[in-house]
Design a protein around this ligand. Structure first.
Ligand code: HEM
Length: 424
């Protein structure tokens, strides 16, 4: 493994990785948001099963996942992975810590502002998030130009950030309307914002960073690299057409953009399957099984997204099950799987690597319990399936049972990570 590990790490990367505290604080805060998101899902499951995606509590729970869990994790991962995958560190660790606190303040304001539907607080959250995203962009993105390797990964991360900026610009127009400054049609803006953020920011970042991480975890060799040249342009062009079509009410652009996005994602699914097919390590551990399940949910979400696109009329429950599969099933579970791989490793590196050879130093595998890991994978994966099925069928009790399974799985996962944090 090469996430800053001497054995096989690219030259120079070890000196350049940041202190453990920087990614560590991001990962710890992100896990707190995952717990809040999981508890929130239990609370709003009946509303989800009625297709209530415009309800304030639902929007707040969405952002516990999208900003709290997903965005905080991505920020932390970029500080750790840029030195290793691109060979360049962030410009300033101190700015990184400051950005972390600004980011968390922004997420708190946004989640509270949407939960109690307080547009001025949502606007304050937007401004704070703007500072945080600007801080990260200054700290990390320009480094890509000095990078001796990993050019494609850098391009995906930058494209992801551009999409984040556009998602923020779109939602600023919505917040202005909410404050009474102008009028807008809500649904088109919401569709543009959500896709720019989930597909453009989170998924493109995952495609780029995952192109290095996943083959490394799977010990996968011999898969094609060319799909990476096509996926970004296809998804990016499709997303741009889709967003413009939604904002300007041009149905043909929405459909063409949606189909292009789906084609790009289908190519990524093919690449993801190739990572697994070409793996040298045949047996999957809980982290990699969780990643495989996340890819399954990406396929399901793509199918549901196409169904939303081509089914005439307004089908809120179909839209919500699409969002559950994409946000909770795909991107959230992907990150859960990656945490199960990198957090024990980084903890070991930080706590024990200097004492190797001394008595009482555990091996990485001894830091976690595979049984607890497998139980968490089962509960989280089945929980999302039950939740999405309950929503699609309009069955609140089934949706709540699924969200409860997900919450218990989250509790187990967090207990594993808490045990890691306390291990001496
Ligand atoms: C600064 C960043 C962000 C701000 C200020 C923000 C704000 C908002 C607001 C105000 C809404 C409700 C819009 C409406 O009611 O019409 C919304 C919806 C949504 N946002 Fe964000 N958002 C941000 C970032 C993100 C990110 C990074 C993601 C995904 C990775 C995301 C995903 C979504 C989704 C899926 C919805 C629809 C939720 C629903 O309808 O229940 N947002 N956002």
């Amino acid at each position: 493994m090469t996430i800053g590990h001497p054995g096989g790490a690219p030259q120079g990367s070890l000196e350049q990785v940041p202190p453990f505290a920087l990614p560590g604080e991001h990962f710890a805060a992100a896990l707190v948001w995952l717990v809040l998101g999981a508890a929130g899902l239990v609370a709003v499951a009946p509303e989800l099963a009625q297709g209530g995606f415009l309800l304030p509590h639902v929007i707040a729970v969405t952002h516990c996942f999208t900003l709290g869990w997903i965005t905080t994790s991505i920020f932390g991962a970029l500080y750790q992975l840029f030195p290793v995958t691109l060979g360049v560190p962030a410009r300033s660790v101190r700015v990184g810590h400051a950005t972390f606190w600004v980011l968390e303040a922004g997420v708190v304001a946004l989640v509270a502002g949407t939960w109690w539907w307080h547009p001025a607080l949502v606007a304050a959250g937007w401004l704070t998030m703007f500072l945080a995203v600007g801080g990260l962009a200054w700290n990390v993105l320009p480094q890509r130009r000095r990078a001796p390797r990993g050019r494609v990964i850098g391009l995906y991360v930058s494209a992801g950030h551009m999409a984040f900026g556009l998602a923020m610009a779109v939602v600023a127009a919505r917040i202005g309307a909410e404050l009474g400054w102008w009028r807008l049609e809500r649904l088109g803006y919401l569709a543009a914002h959500a896709h720019l953020a989930v597909v453009g920011f989170a998924t493109l970042t995952a495609v780029g960073v995952g192109s290095r991480l996943l083959p490394m975890f799977l010990l996968s060799h011999g898969h094609s690299e060319w799909p990476l040249q096509r996926i970004g342009p296809l998804v990016g062009a499709g997303l741009a057409a889709f967003a413009v079509g939604e904002l300007a009410h041009v149905g043909a652009l929405v459909v063409a953009g949606g189909v292009a996005m789906a084609a790009g994602i289908a190519l990524y699914l093919w690449l993801g399957a190739a990572y697994f097919r070409h793996r040298a390590r045949r047996a999957l551990d809980p982290g990699l099984a969780q990643v495989a399940a996340a890819f399954g949910y990406l396929a399901v979400a793509t199918g549901l997204g196409l169904a939303v696109l081509v089914t005439p009329g307004f089908h809120p429950r179909l839209m919500v099950s699409y969002a559950v599969a994409g946000i909770v099933g795909w991107i959230s579970l992907l990150i859960v799987g990656i945490y199960q791989k990198i957090v024990p490793f980084l903890t070991w590196l930080h706590r024990f690597s200097a004492r190797v050879g001394q008595p009482g130093v555990p091996r990485i595998a001894e830091l976690t319990s595979p049984a607890a890991g497998w139980t968490a994978v089962g509960l989280l994966t089945a929980g999302v399936a039950l939740l999405a099925a309950g929503v699609a069928a309009g069955a609140g009790a089934v949706a709540r049972a699924g969200s409860l399974g997900f919450a218990v799985g989250t509790a187990l996962l967090v207990a594993q990570h808490a045990r890691l944090a306390l291990r001496r």
